[in-house]
Design a protein around this ligand. Structure first.
Ligand SMILES: [Fe+2]
Ligand SMILES: [Fe+2]
Length: 168
């Protein structure tokens, strides 16, 4: 709980909004952590020449998504919340499980696109929720959203190439 003389998002009158926001940030934290797990596995498993570029890109993203998770966690703490332990984690990314064949890189690309779209959707809600309430969280989530839009665009480019070659 913040000291009683705080204003804005930290004020007593915004207590329930602050708690709601912490919940949204906690969900974001778990989404990032699951993305780290999924991108890690999918940067190791794939076979084949075509997979090389995608694997390298996912390797880089693992670091970036880990950085996002940390920023969400740190903001939770600044808002006087506590970052949850692993027992609270519930997986959601069914679409990013390893494909049946490890040469099926299209499956991986589609999964990444779905994960990035899901993150963008959730972060958009937070950005709106923060409007006029918490500019600092809003600013942070906008920056993270920007990264996700970059990831999404990159993987859309990959899928376009595969479509052009008739592989999708
Ligand atoms: Fe992320
Ligand atoms: Fe991302």
């Amino acid at each position: 709980m913040p000291p009683t003389n705080r204003t804005g998002i930290f004020s007593e009158e915004n207590r329930s909004k602050r708690e709601e926001l912490i919940g949204m940030l906690q969900r974001s934290y778990w989404m990032e952590m699951e993305t780290v797990m999924s991108y890690m596995a999918n940067s190791i498993n794939p076979d084949g020449v075509r997979a090389r570029e995608i694997v390298e890109s996912l390797e880089q993203d693992v670091q970036e998504e880990l950085g996002h998770a940390r920023r969400f966690g740190e903001r939770i703490k600044e808002l006087y919340g506590v970052v949850e332990g692993s027992m609270e984690f519930t997986p959601e990314q069914k679409y990013l499980q390893p494909p049946e064949h490890q040469t099926d890189i299209v499956h991986v690309i589609k999964g990444v696109i779905e994960a990035e779209k899901g993150a963008i959707e959730h972060y958009s809600r937070i950005i709106e929720f923060c409007d006029g309430l918490d500019w600092v969280t809003q600013d942070m989530v906008i920056a993270i959203q920007h990264d996700e839009e970059g990831h999404l665009r990159l993987f859309e480019g990959f899928i376009r190439e595969f479509e052009a070659e008739g592989l999708v």
